[in-house]
Write a protein that binds this ligand. Structure first.
Ligand code: PFF
Length: 457
């Protein structure tokens, strides 16, 4: 009943899994989204809540999600159906998988457009557009891109084609090698940028903004955004990590893998913040500049540092790769389901999924120009129409809700023996701690943050 391998193939080693899951976790969320939402939500206190959410909610739920995947060995929809059956529970638990597929489509639709910005910037870096850039000219350069829907559509199309090609070949081939080179390179370049920020930016103000909490700046909107981002950045709550867990060999330690992935992911985000905010303060930019923040700041650094042409190009190319290894995991659950249930060949399934994602992406393409509109979310003004709506709906609501359901299933509806068997932590304090976190702390925290956001608390 409980399968030991997946029909889609298996990771060869635990390291291959860690690399793939890190590839999924580290992406635009760390380098693009974390800095700009930190800027919009007042800095230090937001970062603290985010780190708390990663450790108290994200880590236990990631363990649960990997565990469910490995036990089910199929796409999240079928994994949840199989496990619900095996545990004698109602079939509606498979809704976790369905919700995840929908969230995956919605997220990839805008993720691909933003990844397109990174491709555009790689070419700009190479072409020397960053030379002697200032805060003002950086804004013009960015506005010229986002104000032009045709250009955005072209880059979005290129990114979706790249993603569809890789996913049609199966996620294992090449992913391990790619991430093995990508992550150290990205780390190295972020360190170069932090070095630049240290010497030429307003480093102390940047650090103070990131790490000194001002709890007065912490709105209900900021809290739910921080929690939502913990899910988003770790790829949790929609089945991406469950899918990757389904390819994990039985002998690998789930706990150790999870901790390594979460640490690397957090480190990349913090490094990006440490590179960006000193430049914000040294160049008269606004921390709350919005989704353009990384594209307004880092080009200034590249335009003014020795070797900036090379570093700048390399950095945006790496960012595209990081986005790519995340994008794959966003649609893998849908592709795997089509292969399992509709009997599609992998290539056909990938093309269908790619086309739907591409079409949905057009909403984001137009969000920054022709269709732009503003609305209020928990007291904050959002100006980028459908893009902001989709982002808030998925990251702040759908992913935490999916994660909550997984926590409840793993904590309350699976036999203790099943989870113990899968986590292989014995009966010791580590298992007991996980069980308290997954049964009480994580679900309660998610529910309280939801209540708080809708004004009930
Ligand atoms: N974790 C990715 C990032 O931080 O860029 C985004 C992501 C990938 C979210 C996969 C959700 C997911 F399932």
């Amino acid at each position: 009943m409980v399968a030991t391998t997946s029909i889609h193939g298996m990771w060869t080693t635990r390291l291959a899994f860690i690399l793939a899951a890190t590839g999924s976790a580290v992406g635009l969320g760390n380098v693009w989204k974390f800095p700009y939402i930190t800027g919009e939500n007042g800095g230090g206190a937001f970062v603290l809540v985010y780190i708390l959410c990663v450790s108290m909610i994200g880590i236990p739920i990631m363990m649960a999600e990997i565990m469910l995947g490995r036990r089910g060995r199929q796409s999240p929809i079928n994994t949840m159906r199989t496990l619900a059956h095996a545990e004698d529970r109602h079939g509606f638990w498979q809704l976790i998988g369905w919700g995840g597929v929908i969230a995956g489509f919605l997220i990839i639709s805008y993720y691909s457009v933003i990844a397109g910005w990174a491709i555009a910037y790689a070419f700009r870096a190479l072409g020397g557009s960053f030379t002697s850039l200032t805060g003002e000219t950086a804004k013009d350069l960015f506005g010229a891109l986002t104000g032009d829907p045709e250009r955005l559509l072209a880059w979005h199309t290129i990114f979706m084609v790249m993603t569809t090609i890789v996913i049609s070949r199966g996620v294992r081939s090449g992913l391990e090698q790619a991430v093995r080179v990508l992550m150290p390179a990205l780390f190295g370049l972020l360190l170069v940028l932090v070095g630049y920020a240290l010497t030429s930016g307003n480093f102390m103000d940047g650090l103070r903004f990131l790490f000194v909490p001002d709890f007065g700046a912490l709105s209900a909107g900021a809290i739910i955004t921080a929690m939502g981002h913990a899910f988003f950045t770790l790829s949790l709550g929609m089945g991406a990590i469950m899918m990757y867990g389904s390819y994990l060999p039985a002998s690998a330690s789930i706990t150790r893998s999870t901790i390594i992935i979460a640490l690397m992911d957090t480190l990349v985000a913090l490094l990006a913040g440490m590179a960006i905010f000193p430049i914000v303060f040294a160049n008269g930019l606004e921390p709350g500049a919005g989704p353009g923040l990384v594209f307004l700041t880092l080009p200034i650094a590249f335009g003014n540092m020795p070797g900036g042409l090379l570093f700048g190009t390399l950095f945006f190319v790496l960012l595209v790769f990081a986005a790519w290894t995340s994008a794959i995991s966003l649609i893998e659950p849908a592709v795997a389901w089509l292969v399992e249930n509709q009997g599609f060949a992998r290539v056909r399934a990938s093309v269908y999924v790619g086309i739907v994602a591409w079409l949905l992406g057009i909403m984001t393409v137009l969000s920054f120009n022709d269709w732009a509109f503003s609305f209020d979310f928990a007291g904050e003004a959002k100006t980028n129409g459908v893009f902001d709506l989709v982002d808030i709906l998925t990251a702040n609501f759908m992913l935490p809700l999916g994660g909550l359901a997984m926590a409840l299933f793993a904590g309350w509806f699976m036999a203790r023996a099943s989870t113990q068997d899968e986590l292989a932590l014995g009966q010791g304090p580590a298992y007991r701690l996980w069980r308290v976190l997954i049964r009480y702390i994580a679900p309660l925290a998610v529910v309280l943050v939801f209540f708080n956001a809708v004004g009930l608390l």
